[in-house]
Design a protein around this ligand. Structure first.
Ligand SMILES: Cc1ncc(COP(=O)(O)O)c(C=O)c1O
Ligand SMILES: N[C@@H](CCOP(=O)(O)O)C(=O)O
Length: 469
């Protein structure tokens, strides 16, 4: 499989190259040159397969040429044999129409583990093969950080520099990152927002001073391998609900547009998806983009869903590229203009392409709290606030008829409620406890470095501390 950049001028790479590169050298994001497609009969034949086996089936066309079938099977069995639930991503029914897809049974209690556990193993495999080192720079609003650190802590060929916005992640999220003692892990708490951290990371990939000295790698969803692994749970859940002979709608709490883009990829691969509901908090740039064609970023408002306090959503570029006719040069112009003005209008083709499958809804704090209360009252489920944003959108779409009553609506439960105990307790009066598998988080010593918010400070820290390769 060949991978091309959304901005048209970076070299075409194979899966191994795209995984190690992370961001394309022209600032774009890698995508497969074409979408592999399964027929309905092939999808039907996937019913009942255990998660590791299904994962290998879905990922196989994407990794062709870089991993043998045996290597891929072994990776999937190792990674998905070690989750906290035998089903890996179990489905839970809430009422006649509403379902939850629990994605938080990995080691750090968020959906990120599903892909990052796989990405850590892919790095190990490819770096050993090439006898290379990788310096990972990543940005987190709370969940990617801990999942990525967990996936690469202790790996000999990898060092990780993880930026988080100081004071803007939950205590559990911060401790999950800062209590890891491995010598290849650097936690950097920077002044500013997640968007600032993400902008620093992307700029490092374009900074010749950095790329001339370090082989950089990415763990954010700019890395294609992340999204590839997330496609699997759309197939897994749809098959359980009658797919491909019945369509399913998904409501996805959205920030960087990675998780919901994985749903789009599943649809492009042939999975019959009724609609993808992009559920945002009040940082609603994606809701405005999908409903009005207006993609303009303002300031970020802190919310009870800090992992989604994002205005510039990396993966939206992948959608605009795919819906807009895959014109890399036009995409590069559009993105450069956006980077300068923080504002853009979608073209007609982009708007029409997006609205063919996506609907968007926005939840404020009251909406979110009501969704948490509803899940608790109606189904005895304690859910996290990010999942609450998605569930609010799912319930609204069902009640308003946007999704017909006979179509199941699956909300992606993206985090365990114990990651956000204060917000959950305020909403429903129940304080969720941490599962035993995360251990003694509050008894461990924290270690992180506080940095000013400017780009140069972060870049210099990385350059000074990265071990020479
Ligand atoms: C708990 C949680 N829910 C939802 C999201 C949004 O997912 P995405 O950035 O893939 O849109 C994030 C962060 O990415 C998250 O950590
Ligand atoms: N919500 C994320 C933000 C980064 O998203 P990613 O999926 O692109 O890594 C987080 O928890 O860090």
């Amino acid at each position: 499989m060949e991978y091309i950049s959304t901005r048209g001028s970076a070299p075409t790479l194979d899966f191994e190259g795209a995984t190690l590169a992370g961001l394309a050298s022209d600032g774009g994001l890698y995508l497969p040159r074409e979408w592999p497609r399964f027929t309905e009969a092939e999808i039907r034949a996937m019913r009942g397969r255990p998660y590791p086996e299904l994962a290998a089936t879905i990922m196989r066309p994407f990794v062709a040429g870089s991993l043998t079938d045996d290597e891929l099977d072994a990776l999937c069995h190792t990674v998905y044999g070690d989750f906290g639930h035998a089903a890996v991503t179990p489905l839970v029914q809430l009422d006649q129409q509403q379902w939850l897809l629990e994605l938080f049974h990995g080691p750090t209690l968020a959906f990120k583990d599903v892909a990052l556990q796989m990405l850590g193993r892919l790095f190990e495999t490819f770096l050993d093969r090439r006898d290379q080192q990788l310096k990972i720079v990543g940005a987190t609003s709370g969940d990617t950080g801990s999942a990525a650190i967990r996936a690469v802590a202790g790996l000999e060929r990898v060092e990780i520099f993880m930026l988080h916005p100081k004071g803007k992640v939950s205590d559990v999220q911060r401790r999950q990152m800062t209590t890891v003692r491995a010598p290849n892990v650097y936690n950097l708490a920077i002044e500013g927002s997640f968007d600032d951290a993400q902008a620093h990371v992307k700029r490092m990939f374009r900074d010749d001073d950095v790329t001339g000295r370090l082989q950089l790698g990415a763990v954010n969803s700019i890395n294609w391998a992340r999204l590839m692994a997330q496609v699997v749970y759309y197939f897994y859940s749809a098959l359980q609900l009658g797919g491909p002979d019945r369509t399913v709608a998904y409501s996805v709490p959205t920030g960087n547009f990675g998780d919901v883009f994985a749903g789009y990829v599943a649809a492009r691969m042939g999975l019959p998806i009724e609609r993808l509901i992009v559920a945002t908090n009040v940082n609603d740039i994606l809701h405005r983009a999908i409903s009005e064609g207006d993609y303009s970023a303002g300031g970020v408002t802190p919310t009870i869903t800090p992992s989604m306090d994002i205005q510039v959503s990396s993966n939206f570029e992948r959608l605009l590229f795919d819906c807009g006719g895959r014109d890399g040069m036009a995409m590069a112009d559009q993105m450069h203009a956006f980077e300068a003005s923080k504002s853009m209008r979608l073209t007609n083709a982009q708007s029409q392409g997006a609205s063919a499958l996506f609907t968007s809804l926005r939840a404020d704090q009251d909406d979110t709290n009501r969704a948490l209360a509803w899940a608790h009252r109606e189904a005895g489920q304690v859910i996290d606030p990010h999942t609450g944003v998605g569930l609010h959108a799912g319930i609204t779409a069902g009640a308003s008829g946007v999704i017909a009553p006979d179509v199941p609506i699956v909300t992606l439960a993206t985090a365990h409620p114990a990651k956000f105990p204060d917000a959950v307790e305020r909403a429903i009066g129940v304080r969720p406890g941490l599962p035993a598998r995360v251990g003694d988080l509050f008894g461990r010593e924290e270690r992180f470095i506080e940095l000013a918010g400017d780009y140069e400070t972060t870049r210099d820290f990385v350059l000074q501390n990265a071990a020479s390769a």
